[in-house]
Ligand binder design. Structure first.
Ligand code: PLP
Length: 294
């Protein structure tokens, strides 16, 4: 079941729409140019997680694209409407996981008003399975160097735009080559991010546990899950570090994971076909920390 709620000033809390019927104009710039932004967040037991962090990143993406956004209050109420609507139409149990998408486009050509909606649908079983079974990952070139974001703001490097065709093509390329997912590298050889995730690695040396992730200045999306995990990990005694990282750092680590709001923490089992060690105890410990994030 999929629920849609359009943010519409004429409807307090949003307007529920039939997901089995056409709802967008064919001239919407989101469809014709991929001109828009989005967020994906997880709802557990009917409660959306990290809502403020996602609204903050949505606002930051909107600034990068010079897009008008509905108010935070309108988003929060539309999310509640969508989750209530889902619960009214399907059984929501304690372990029901829902993917909540916040979508904004530049709107219909010539109308000068954004189109904004919330979509709620179940998290696919395969996504949940990857948390358990882990991932075979390929390094693929992104084609930019790691300093391009500062030189070329029009590339929208740190924004979560609707132009994800390249990211999805990278995942299809991985699947066609006996892998599950991808870690992008820059043309100057730095580790960047996954097409839908942040890269995380752990090192344990002389009893000191350190969590590392690529630095934001390399043009990656600031991950809300990585950021929240770093906060709880620090409180639990972990040291924290930010790149630059190169592929050799990942081969040398005691654990490598891809982390994101919907899939949460998925251990990496191999890189470019070479097995790596991702210690199950570390995966367990970090997964428990991820579960504490709300
Ligand atoms: N990087 C990219 C390119 C993504 O698309 C995502 C999430 O979809 C992430 C990182 C992880 O972000 P978050 O943890 O906020 O879901």
């Amino acid at each position: 079941m999929t629920v849609l709620v359009f943010l519409d000033p004429a409807h307090d809390g949003g307007r529920v729409a039939d997901a089995s019927m056409p709802q967008l104009m064919a001239t919407d710039l989101g469809a014709t140019r991929g001109d828009g932004i989005f967020e994906s967040l997880l709802a557990l037991n009917g409660e959306a997680r990290k809502v403020q962090a996602h609204l903050d990143r949505l606002a930051s993406s909107a600034r990068a694209l010079d897009l008008d956004l509905p108010s935070e209050d309108a988003w929060r109420r539309a999310i509640t409407t969508a989750l209530d609507e889902y619960a009214a139409g399907a059984r929501v149990q304690a372990d029901t996981e829902l993917a909540v998408k916040l979508m904004v486009t530049r709107g219909v050509e010539g109308a000068d008003a954004p189109t904004a909606w919330v979509q709620v649908a179940p998290v696919p079983a395969k996504t949940r399975q990857q948390r358990r079974d882990g991932l075979a990952v390929l390094f693929l070139e992104r084609g930019y160097d790691s300093t391009v974001a500062q030189r070329a703001p029009w590339l929208l490097m740190g924004a979560k735009t609707l132009s994800y065709a390249v990211n999805m093509a990278a995942v299809r390329y991985a699947r066609a080559h006996d892998a599950d997912d991808v870690i992008f590298t820059s043309s100057d050889g730095k580790v960047l991010e996954g097409p839908t995730s942040t890269v995380l690695l752990a090192k344990v040396r002389d009893g000191v546990k350190t969590l590392l992730t690529p630095q934001l200045e390399s043009g990656i999306l600031p991950g809300t899950s990585q950021s929240a995990l770093f906060t709880v990990a620090k409180a639990a005694g972990w040291e924290l570090g930010y790149g630059p990282l190169v592929p050799a750092d990942l081969y040398d680590a005691d654990g490598v994971w891809l982390i994101s709001s919907i899939r949460l923490l998925a251990p990496v089992n191999s890189l470019d076909g070479q097995s790596i060690t991702t210690t199950p105890e570390l995966t367990r410990e970090l997964s428990e920390l991820v579960a504490k994030i709300s």
